[in-house]
Ligand binder design. Structure first.
Ligand SMILES: [Zn+2]
Ligand SMILES: [Zn+2]
Length: 329
């Protein structure tokens, strides 16, 4: 009997020892302020910036072979990065559900008006716990005030803890949308002053103007945000805290109805191909350059990929790492 007990203890010890040796990522240690490890990876990425062009339809962006409305993305970012041409929102094709899928890795039919926080912890929660960095290491910067809900979750182990900083709408939740030019200026200031490790930026256009049935304004919204993205790109290239160590993701929370479905570009929210098929561009030191990726990926794959790059675990995510973007080792 004693012999078996000894073998059991030896096995447990050995298993733990092997686990420590082989697991290069952050451990699930209790965060008691002493023995939590810094995230460690072999990747060059130290920062991730996700930019959301709200509700742009694929057909007016990468799906238009001339790329006439996204010249900055097409001519500046794409040659240095990847385009994922089969990228989808496979959940609810509204703003808050799309955004929460991209921060938690779980599709949830969350209230689209800001009345509900996500059920699952986010990339911000997991990163801040793993890194033990200050709250300022993560930011949610959005034109739409209702997206402030991305800073929290109902999971009782995580609620009100490891929350990112927020700069949303006119003055936080229920304060109304602000113009994208304000969001751009706030984004540039926050990036320069805090050099956050993970940030998400939402521009309300072209969605905001499309809902007003203004077809020319909808196109102008795409072109304007394309220009704002270039400003953020320029900052990343000129700031030594970001240059060659930042992964930039540009995508949409949802698309819009195909022409012929409901009222076409004016609305969104169902399962039509136009609402589900979205744009996805990415650039970073660990990603391939000038590459079109045709593998099918989806919004919930974003958190798993960021966790891989940044060296933390996100066990509640239901997505997968988008390996086809990565440079061969
Ligand atoms: Zn939206
Ligand atoms: Zn639709």
């Amino acid at each position: 009997m004693k012999k078996y007990t000894l073998i059991l203890f030896a096995s447990i010890f050995f298993a733990n020892y092997i686990g420590c040796k082989t697991d290069g990522a952050i451990k699930d240690l209790p965060n008691n302020g002493s023995n939590v490890l810094e995230p460690k990876t072999n990747y060059k990425t130290k920062n991730v910036i996700i930019i959301i062009m709200d509700g742009a339809r694929y057909s007016e962006c990468w799906g238009d072979v001339t790329h006439q409305h996204i010249p900055n993305i097409a001519n500046t970012i794409v040659p240095e990065g990847i385009v994922s041409t089969n990228f989808f929102n496979n959940g609810s094709t509204f703003t808050n559900p799309g955004h929460s899928a991209m921060t938690t890795g779980v599709y949830q039919n969350i209230n689209n008006g800001g009345a509900e926080i996500p059920q699952n912890p986010s990339i911000f929660n997991y990163y801040l716990q793993a890194s033990k960095k200050k709250q300022e290491a993560c930011w949610v910067i959005t034109s739409k005030d209702k997206l402030q809900v991305l800073n929290n979750c109902t999971n009782k182990s995580w609620k009100d803890t490891y929350q990112p900083m927020t700069d949303c709408g006119n003055n936080g939740l229920a304060s109304g949308y602000r113009h994208d030019t304000i969001t751009l200026q706030h984004s540039l200031n926050i990036l320069k002053n805090y050099h956050p490790n993970i940030s998400i930026i939402n521009f309300r256009e072209p969605d905001y103007t499309a809902h007003g049935a203004d077809s020319l304004g909808y196109i102008k919204g795409i072109e304007d945000v394309d220009g704002y993205i270039k400003k953020i790109w320029d900052l990343v290239q000129s700031d030594t805290a970001f240059k060659d160590k930042t992964t930039l993701i540009v995508t949409n929370d949802h698309g819009r109805h195909l022409d012929g479905t409901a009222n076409g570009y004016i609305s969104h929210g169902d399962k039509c191909y136009g609402c589900r098929h979205i744009n996805f561009f990415a650039y970073g030191p660990d990603f391939k350059k000038n590459t079109i990726v045709t593998t099918t990926y989806e919004q919930i794959d974003i958190p798993a990929t960021i966790a891989e790059l940044m060296g933390f675990k996100i066990p509640t995510s239901e997505g997968k790492v988008m390996w086809d973007f990565f440079n061969k080792k």
